[in-house]
Design a binder for this molecule. Structure first.
Ligand code: ATP
Ligand code: MG
Length: 138
């Protein structure tokens, strides 16, 4: 029993048929899937999820992209979940992502970078609550 992080497989990776391969890497790295669903976010829900980035120049592009197709959202459990998952996914920009990371293998670009990973325990909890009720967690 460890702590949790929250992830989304982003629309272009779902569309490209990479969900299974990405989930494989996540489980192989020792994360346990606590909750998971495929969902098409509305523009309002995507905007609200990324509210922290509202002032950044790419906010509009980010929201449009994230509601452009279904995503797979999941809560993952592992010791040191947040940091270990950030290591597994690699840098935001795939050209800077270390070899073997999910973004190095599957990201298309800085914007379309295949997966989301929470950046702190506090945000992991907020993001997990945004997508999942208690009865959807196992
Ligand atoms: P995420 O929060 O999705 O795990 P991250 O924490 O590595 O990514 P953030 O700085 O939180 O990076 O940015 C959120 C997302 O916004 C990025 O994953 C990417 O999809 C998009 N993004 C970040 N910077 C840019 C940029 N300069 N131009 C376009 N899109 C960007
Ligand atoms: Mg982030």
């Amino acid at each position: 029993m460890g702590n949790i992080t929250f992830t989304m497989i982003k629309p272009e990776a779902v569309e490209a048929g990479n969900s299974g391969a990405i989930l494989n890497k996540i489980e192989a790295a020792g994360f346990r899937i606590v909750a998971m669903k495929k969902v098409h976010l509305s523009e309002e829900r995507a905007g609200s999820f990324y509210e922290v980035h509202k002032e950044r120049p790419f906010y509009g592009e980010l929201v449009e992209y994230m509601c452009g197709g279904p995503i797979i959202a999941a809560i993952l459990e592992k010791e040191n979940a947040v940091l270990d998952f950030r290591t597994l996914i690699g840098a935001t920009n795939p050209s800077e992502a270390a070899e073997g990371t999910i973004r190095a293998e599957f990201a298309e670009s800085l914007a379309k970078n295949a997966v989301h990973g929470s950046d702190s325990d506090e945000n992991a909890s907020i993001e997990a609550d945004f997508h999942f009720s208690t009865s959807e967690r196992f």
